[in-house]
Design a protein around this ligand. Structure first.
Ligand SMILES: C[S@@+](CC[C@H](N)C(=O)[O-])C[C@H]1O[C@@H](n2cnc3c(N)ncnc32)[C@H](O)[C@@H]1O
Length: 203
């Protein structure tokens, strides 16, 4: 299962989806195949013009939009933010008054900060899934509305993984990665040490 298929598998056919940062609108194309309408938006006018040229499908509403600025109340209840960094994702959430029953993210970095700050916006982790595409791991996180108190382990390593085998493989990959960073760096980095300790405890 690739990243887009993984996101697709977590969307119900009644969900009203907006895919922000849609690029080629691959997710919307999959949804349209099962007759599900969706909004596919991107900050780039070029991206949307190209998609409008390539895709002729009435079920796909292509829009230029910086984050959720061109999405109106009631148009969507499920938000997809994939292929961007945690800071962009948080900025998009911070800049909107819209609320969502489900937010599916695949951030490129800082998943600990994402879990922590989303909690501050009253969104908690519902479930997580590790996806492997072209030998690279992606940490998909589904958020739902709520507020919680996470343990440090949950903040750093995630929680509620729906597929354990790939998650364990991912943890081993992380341990190797952080050990390599530690070996190649002359300075002491407390966060790297904490990750190595935490990973050592769970593997
Ligand atoms: C790497 S692509 C990811 C495409 C697709 N979502 C995926 O996961 O394969 C990131 C896309 O996000 C768009 N983007 C970046 N910042 C954005 C923002 N603030 N609002 C909307 N789109 C944004 C970029 O123009 C780009 O098309």
């Amino acid at each position: 299962m690739n990243r887009i298929e993984a996101i697709y598998s977590l969307i119900d056919d009644k969900d009203k989806v907006v895919d922000v940062g849609c690029d080629q609108a691959k997710l919307s194309l999959l949804l349209a195949k099962r007759n599900q309408p969706s909004i596919a938006s991107d900050i780039s006018e070029n991206v949307i013009n190209k998609a409008k040229n390539d895709i002729k499908n009435d079920l796909i509403d292509l829009r230029v939009s910086n984050g959720l600025s061109n999405i109106k109340e009631g148009e969507a209840d499920t938000l997809v933010l994939a292929g961007m960094g945690t800071h962009t994702i948080l900025e998009i959430i911070n800049n909107t008054k819209l609320r969502f029953k489900k937010i599916i993210t695949i951030s490129n970095n800082y998943h600990d900060i994402l879990r922590e700050k989303m909690n501050a916006f009253n969104y908690i982790v519902d479930k997580e899934l590790i996806v492997k595409e072209n030998n690279k791991y992606y940490n998909l996180i589904v958020f739902k509305e709520g507020k919680t108190k996470y343990s440090r382990k949950e903040i750093l390593l995630g929680l509620n993984h729906i597929e354990k085998e790939l998650y364990n493989e991912y943890l081993n990959h992380l341990l190797k990665k952080y050990n390599k960073i530690k070996l190649s760096s002359e300075d002491n980095n407390p966060k790297i040490d904490e990750m190595i300790r935490m990973l050592g405890d769970v593997i």
